[in-house]
Design a protein around this ligand. Structure first.
Ligand SMILES: *[C@@H]1O[C@H](CO)[C@@H](O)[C@H](O)[C@H]1NC(C)=O
Ligand SMILES: *[C@@H]1O[C@H](CO)[C@@H](O)[C@H](O)[C@H]1NC(C)=O
Ligand SMILES: *[C@@H]1O[C@H](CO)[C@@H](O)[C@H](O)[C@H]1NC(C)=O
Ligand SMILES: *[C@@H]1O[C@H](CO)[C@@H](O)[C@H](O)[C@H]1NC(C)=O
Ligand SMILES: *[C@@H]1O[C@H](CO)[C@@H](O)[C@H](O)[C@H]1NC(C)=O
Length: 318
């Protein structure tokens, strides 16, 4: 408990001005100095507040997947150090072929990336060979990350009071779920994401050994062909908010369950909005059913990465 608490506080203490990136040479990932090519740099140095960040340099929500030019196969999970930024330059990262096992809840060692507290992962494509996509072991930013074929989960929050901020990016073919919160008392803030074919967009763990209230805020997303946008545990006080969403062929917005901490199957209690847990109103929160390819609320950066368009040869939208 004590160690976890210290880890949880780290992002506040780290005043990192480090912006790292890595280059792939001869099968090994080498850390190299930031060369100031404009893709990363000084403006990103403050990570002490989850909300204090420069304006994103990529558009969202984008409804076309990027096309990778290069694939990096990671023999082992790649750890992004505490407070560091990993910029993947829109390369595809994955584990060796045959890594996906949908039957098993993966461990940290099954993930493509593990994020240590205060880490940022940005401009990354995660390929189909993986069991788990990203595990966040503490507060983290996940920006413009694309999952081409989700196996077990795309992004899992772990740790104590973990706050995750997801901006842009997308995920495809998540048979089970995209965003999983296994942390104790975590918060997810998801903005501008595109989800195509999924079981659950967000899930608050229904039977983790340590359970507490979790909070999810989801806005400005496009979600097509899914079972539900969220699963929450009202008995632990979970809060789920959804607004400015375009959804198409998604059966349920929220499923409510009585969760437990003894690893048994949670008990289903119902669906739909209420005044305490499932906090949305399809009318006033602008949750629109039906998507014809036109995104109604697009963020277009004033200063986009110069190289970004190369990875979307047919454009960002239909
Ligand atoms: C989607 O996932 C299923 C199950 O893992 C797999 O069999 C199928 O090939 C995937 N489809 C696409 C379009 O990626
Ligand atoms: C969630 O993130 C968005 C985008 O960065 C931000 O505008 C919003 O204020 C955040 N919401 C909360 C509750 O932190
Ligand atoms: C959950 O997040 C919302 C913002 O989206 C915030 O207004 C609310 O206070 C949060 N609840 C808790 C318990 O932190
Ligand atoms: C949603 O808001 C509208 C407009 O304020 C209201 O008429 C409606 O009853 C609300 N729906 C629910 C389920 O609360
Ligand atoms: C698609 O939907 C948007 C709003 O959701 C609307 O403005 C637009 O006219 C529609 N386009 C077509 C081709 O139906």
């Amino acid at each position: 408990m004590k160690t976890a608490l210290i880890l949880g506080l780290l992002p506040v203490l780290v005043q990192s001005s480090q912006v790292l990136d890595w280059t792939h040479t001869g099968g090994r990932l080498m850390k190299r100095q930031n060369t100031g090519d404009g893709a990363q740099g000084d403006a990103d140095s403050s990570q002490s507040e989850l909300t204090e960040r420069p304006a994103p340099r990529f558009p969202f929500p984008v409804t076309k997947f990027p096309v990778a030019k290069e694939t990096v196969v990671l023999e082992n999970t790649f750890y992004v150090p505490a407070g560091a930024t990993f910029d993947g330059g829109m390369k595809r990262y994955e584990r060796p072929e045959g890594s996906c096992n949908e039957q098993a809840e993966g461990t940290d060692a099954d993930a493509v990336f593990n994020l240590l507290p205060g880490a940022t992962i940005r401009n990354v494509i995660i390929g189909k060979h993986q069991s788990e996509g990203i595990h966040a072991l503490g507060d983290a930013w996940v920006e413009n990350v694309w999952w081409e074929d989700v196996c077990e989960d795309a992004l899992t929050a772990k740790g104590l009071n973990t706050q995750l901020k997801v901006i842009g990016g997308g995920a495809r073919n998540a048979t089970d779920k995209i965003f999983q919160d296994n942390s104790l008392g975590g918060k997810y803030n998801i903005t501008g994401f595109y989800a195509d074919t999924f079981g659950s967009f967000y899930q608050s763990c229904g039977n983790c050994l340590n359970q507490a209230k979790r909070n999810a805020t989801i806005q400005n997303v496009v979600a097509v062909d899914g079972i539900r946008m969220g699963i929450i545990n009202p008995n632990y006080g979970d809060e789920f908010r959804l607004k400015n969403a375009q959804i198409d062929n998604v059966g349920i917005i929220v499923t409510k369950e009585i969760g437990n901490n003894v690893q048994t199957v949670p008990y289903h209690i119902g669906e739909g909005p209420d005044e305490k847990y499932a906090l949305y109103n399809t009318t006033t929160d602008n949750i629109v059913e039906g998507f014809n390819g036109t995104v109604t609320n697009v963020y277009e950066p004033e200063d986009p990465y110069e190289w970004l368009e190369e990875f979307w040869p047919d454009g960002f939208w239909e």
